[in-house]
Design a protein around this ligand. Sequence first.
Ligand code: GMT
Length: 375
Amino acid sequence: MKKIGITCYPSVGGSGVIATELGMLLAEQGHEIHFITSSVPFRLNGIYPKIFYHEVELNHYPVFQYPPYDLALASKMAEVIDREKLDILHVHYAMPHAICAILARDIAEHDVKIVTTLHGTDISVLGIDHTFKKMIKHGIEQSDAVTAVSASLLDQTVNMLDTNKDISVIYNFVNEKEYYKKDLPIIKEQYGIKPDEKVIIHISNFRKVKRIDDVIQTFHEIQKQVKSKLLLIGDGPEYSEAIQLVSELGLDEQILFLGKQKNISDLLSISDLKLLLSEKESFGLVLLEAMACEVPCIGTNVGGIPEVIRHNETGYIVELGDLDMAADYAIELLNDEKRLKEFSQNAFKHARSYFHSQEIVRQYMELYDKVLGNQ
Ligand code: GMT
């Protein structure tokens, strides 16, 4: 049995989901898990005797202009490392979590190993900023082990930071107990979608990099040839722009903005196709969630997306901004029931084999054993 600390952004987001699900699966295997986060991870909504939660509290001292979150986190990490005698502290994101973990390791008396998982945004956004580049590099190089969620992110990290650090690729996974296709025609009906209409879905945090306008423009072409509706799930900075574009294109009746939703697998269960046309995406966890629910995907040839979608088998890959191609592929697939069924099955099988949660957890365990010198 190992004692493992986990730090992630606990709010909605793929990295938070992966960190939490990993903690839950490790706890199921008998390990003791200590989440050290600013709030309870949103997926952690049950009783788990092997899981403990340590809240990072922020006091607003009048002397500080900004509350020192990173220092409060490092201090909490050090406290938990010593009190719980953690073997591993697994942090998600080099910036700021690996940096905090390194500081905590220096402060703590108990010997702990740091494992850092890179999810992308720290490398693709912060890594470009020279102010942070050296700090991110330090966080990575001082970690005892580093993983990246795709080969593409690994390459990008090595190139951008010019580091020789040995980084392992460990892909993301989904909780198969939650992500599977359910028979829910009632949901389609409740949203006013006719049985013969196809459902296309996009899920994201509506950041600019997600190119929501490309998704809407692609759907604009698709709906001319396929009776369909587009579900837009999520919320974020581009939300208002998206609503405006939908109105301008006269698609208010056909595009449903559902905002943030909890039961994503239910909505995927009524979907026929998923679109993810991002300009940056280190993995695209939503693609894997879709595939697990038998939904084929069209994604851009960007970052880790081509490592998740198998072109012409589980979906299609298009060049960034090639909306005509995306629409053509979608129309062809949605109009061919036999092919659509075949792609759905391929997507499901691929998600269940290549990205199976037990296999991914095994890979993390192997890495933990390696850093602890048990291998
Ligand atoms: O995509 C985001 O804006 C959220 C971010 C996160 O922290 O969850 O996503 C990143 O990590 C996910 C989990 O590994 C990946 O599936 C996403 O592709 C990655 N996002 C980007 O690289 C833009």
